[in-house]
Design a protein around this ligand. Structure first.
Ligand SMILES: CC(C)(COP(=O)(O)OP(=O)(O)OC[C@H]1O[C@@H](n2cnc3c(N)ncnc32)[C@H](O)[C@@H]1OP(=O)(O)O)[C@@H](O)C(=O)NCCC(=O)NCCS
Length: 222
């Protein structure tokens, strides 16, 4: 249960404790008008009720119609606790450097979050099987195209050749198209990276003819 007010100099939110009789209680509330409602795992937020400290309310929890609706309320820490992340030493190649670079970029500019790295997690067993990342928001790419987003992907070796990279890249580009109207995508890989070349081909990427730092530049555009 949550009590929230904007009457005070800053927005104030307090979470419930249980009293000696098992009733929910929001303790030590400064005097103000509050919105109070029920939030919890497996629920969606109940309608907000207006109340002041000292008042007793009879709030009803609203069971979520499906797990997806319930998941909207889960905090980041909950999601993280569900993921089975490999040991640091099991991250392949330069993965830890890439992730560290993205971490530093995010610390400097938290607005990059949707355009940074994401874990690829297998739904069935919640195993992290790789990661996928944009290099940054649209415009951050090897060939400095202002409206294009560049992406890259890594699948940990024991999970390769099952279509995961292709499925993930496709879904991530759908997200960028649907949520942000991005129409052009850039990606790059070295000429000897046969699996990566094949993934580009399967996704419909075309070579632009450019090579940057020894990497062939690909583009996917409508
Ligand atoms: C590139 C990479 C992400 C591919 O991941 P993945 O989940 O195995 O990719 P997919 O299963 O979607 O597709 C791989 C394709 O390459 C093919 N392939 C893989 N190894 C191959 C090989 N040695 N020779 C020929 N084809 C090969 C697979 O058969 C598959 O094609 P298909 O569906 O036509 O059979 C993964 O190999 C990886 O993480 N590599 C290291 C990091 C990297 O190079 N990232 C790309 C830089 S942008």
């Amino acid at each position: 249960m949550i009590a929230e007010t904007t009457d005070l100099p800053t927005k104030f939110v307090k979470i419930v404790v249980t009293d000696d009789r098992g009733r929910y209680l929001v303790p030590e509330l400064p005097k103000a008008n509050y919105s109070v409602w029920v939030r919890g795992y497996g629920l969606v937020d109940s309608p907000k009720v207006k109340a002041t400290p000292g008042k007793t309310l009879d709030l009803k929890a609203v069971v979520a119609p499906n797990p997806r609706a319930a998941a909207e309320y889960y905090p980041a820490g909950y999601w993280f606790s569900l993921i089975r992340v490999p040991e640091k030493g099991d991250f392949p190649g330069n993965a830890t450097e890439v992730l560290e670079l993205r971490r530093v970029q995010l610390a400097a500019d938290p607005a990059r979050l949707p355009w940074s790295v994401r874990a690829i997690v297998r739904r069935d067993d919640r195993q992290m099987i790789g990661f996928v990342n944009f290099h940054g928001p649209p415009g951050v790419n090897d060939i400095e195209e202002p409206d294009a987003a560049e992406l890259g992907w890594t699948v940990f070796s024991e999970h390769r050749r099952r279509g995961y990279a292709t499925e993930t890249a496709r879904r991530l580009m759908d997200w960028a198209r649907d949520e942000h109207g991005v129409r052009r995508f850039i990606s790059s890989t070295t000429p000897d990276n046969v699996p990566s070349l094949r993934v580009h081909e399967k996704l419909g990427f075309r070579r632009t003819g450019q090579v940057v730092d020894g990497e062939i530049i690909f583009e996917l555009a409508p």
